[in-house]
Write a protein that binds this ligand. Structure first.
Ligand SMILES: O=C(O)C(=O)C[C@H](O)[C@H](O)COP(=O)(O)O
Length: 208
């Protein structure tokens, strides 16, 4: 099983996927993957999330598929069972950390303050999601945290777009970013997978 350093180093941009129609899961993931985005986060926000993770893993065995919006210990167990290789949560509780540890699955917990980061460091957790990135202080906040807490590696998510992504990726404590800008809603609704692949290629290329 890959650890969080390996997963975060695989690809600088992680698409945060919300599946609104079960049948979109595989063609959407295939378009993202073919566009160069090798790590995919499928959120559990909709009822299709878990089945989508299983279907994508089967269809794209070389993609790294994780579950997002993991909020409860039950989410942790369900995501592991569905085949998720890693988990992402918007925030963090000790219950969630313990559940992920018990299942032996890497968790990227969300934080947006030095105190939260220190609480997680005490738990041995050095890899963190910075959420909601733009609303919680963005690049200046991450720069400020880098001074006293250089051991942290972040995946900022929330409000990242083509205009600000390079600023985030240039920070020493940012390993990768999460985002939705390549998941154009109209293209997905129309089943325009070529457009999703084009946007993904731009996202992967931007960061390269
Ligand atoms: O679902 C979750 O667990 C989340 O944490 C939310 C995602 O990070 C945002 O959906 C990112 O969305 P954008 O701001 O459009 O990039």
């Amino acid at each position: 099983m890959r650890n969080l350093d390996e997963i975060m180093d695989l690809c600088p941009v992680i698409p945060v996927i919300v599946i609104d129609r079960a049948e979109d899961a595989v063609p959407l993931a295939t378009a993202l993957y073919n566009g160069g985005l090798k790590v995919l986060e499928v959120t559990l926000r909709t009822e299709f999330g878990l089945a989508a993770i299983s279907a994508i893993r089967k269809a794209l065995p070389d993609a790294v598929v994780g579950a997002g919006t993991v909020v409860t210990a039950e989410d942790v167990r369900n995501a592991k069972e569905a085949g998720a290789e890693f988990l992402v949560s918007p925030g963090c509780t000790l219950t969630l950390l313990e559940a992920a540890r018990a299942e032996g699955i890497p968790l990227l917990p969300g934080v947006n303050s030095p105190s939260e980061a220190m609480l997680l460091l005490e738990q041995g957790q050095r890899h963190l999601k910075f959420f909601p990135a733009e609303a919680a202080g963005g690049v200046p906040m991450l720069k400020s945290i880098l001074g006293p807490l250089p051991q942290l590696r972040f995946c900022p998510t929330g409000g990242i777009n083509p205009d600000n992504v390079m600023e985030y990726l240039s920070l020493a404590n940012v390993a990768c970013v999460g985002g939705t800008w390549m998941l154009d809603k109209a293209a997905i609704a129309a089943g325009d997978w070529a457009e999703i692949e084009r946007l993904s290629r731009m996202a992967a290329g931007l960061a390269a």
